[in-house]
Design a protein around this ligand. Structure first.
Ligand SMILES: Cc1ncc(C[n+]2csc(CCOP(=O)(O)OP(=O)(O)O)c2C)c(N)n1
Ligand SMILES: [Mg+2]
Length: 265
């Protein structure tokens, strides 16, 4: 088992990979990759169980445009080479900004937001019916909570008491151009999921030991699904990105990416 320090070192490596991926084409969803790096380090290098080389638990990424976070973790695991990761978002690359199902590590196609939790519920229900001991971790964004389908999925997950499902809400308080609080308020997210029948908890999600503890508590659920409201900071780890207004999608010159690598250290 890895120490918190070892996992934090992996999170730093994932952040560097996100920047290197964006450098290829000069643009990409770096802010989301940086924000999710601590969660990815805990999921892929601590929480997900494996059978030999293959993972026996799955990650369902509903927020397709945040695929960069998953690519960085799969790169660290050796599923994608560094060379291939550098083709992120480029014509002809498998590593698209929003992923297609069938790509290693991606059970669903992402990009059209608001649909992934339904698919995660179906997969988790299927696992139970087939007697498979598989856990599903589904990542959804705060913006996706404005879509009705997300709540239909939450209702069914609670109805079926899917204790093999953990929903991680990337609560970065951003939906492309602004704060959901100003566009269409989604809070209080934990209370809403609890009212639907989830065990719900709020987590400071760029605090790696806190994320690790919360995910391990979630894995102990016995009679209901778990929602972890992950309060993330877009661009975390690169201070100049955190304060950058257009951090939702970054299209900047190479010197800015190089400075980001310096800031990560
Ligand atoms: C159904 C759907 N509507 C609109 C979009 C366009 N879109 C892409 S990213 C994004 C931002 C949504 O906010 P959130 O999912 O919280 O992403 P964040 O800005 O936090 O990365 C939008 C609206 C989309 N991909 N899918
Ligand atoms: Mg958001």
């Amino acid at each position: 088992m890895k120490t918190d320090q070892e996992l934090a070192a992996i999170a730093t490596s994932l952040r560097r990979r996100c920047i290197e991926m964006c450098r290829g084409r000069g643009r990409g969803y770096a802010g989301q990759g940086l924000a999710l790096a601590d969660i990815m380090a805990v999921l892929y290098f601590d929480a997900l169980r494996r059978e030999g080389e293959a993972l026996s638990d799955r990650v369902v990424l509903s927020t397709g445009h945040s695929a960069i976070a998953v690519y960085s973790a799969l790169g660290e695991l050796g599923v994608f080479t560094e060379e291939e990761l550098r083709t992120y978002g480029q014509d002809g690359s498998r590593i698209e900004e929003s992923p297609l199902s069938g790509l290693p590590g991606f059970p669903i196609t992402g990009g059209s937001l608001g649909q992934g939790l339904s698919q995660a519920v179906g997969l988790a229900l299927g696992d139970r019916m087939a007697g498979r001991d598989t856990r599903t971790f589904c990542i959804v964004s705060d913006g996706e909570l404005q879509e009705g389908q997300t709540w239909e999925a939450a209702m069914s997950a609670a109805h079926y008491r899917l204790n093999n499902l953990v929903v991680l809400i990337d609560n970065n308080r951003m939906q492309a151009d602004g704060d959901p609080a100003m566009v269409m308020a989604v809070e209080p997210i934990d209370a809403k999921f609890a009212a639907f029948g989830f065990e719900a908890e709020r987590v400071t999600a760029n605090d790696l030991p806190a994320v690790r503890a919360a995910i391990h508590r979630a894995m102990q659920a016995t009679d209901r699904p778990v929602a972890l409201v992950c309060d993330t900071v877009l661009g975390f780890g690169v201070p100049s990105f955190v304060s950058y207004a257009k951090v939702h999608y970054m299209n900047v010159t190479d010197d800015v990416w190089l400075r980001a690598l310096e800031e990560i250290g």
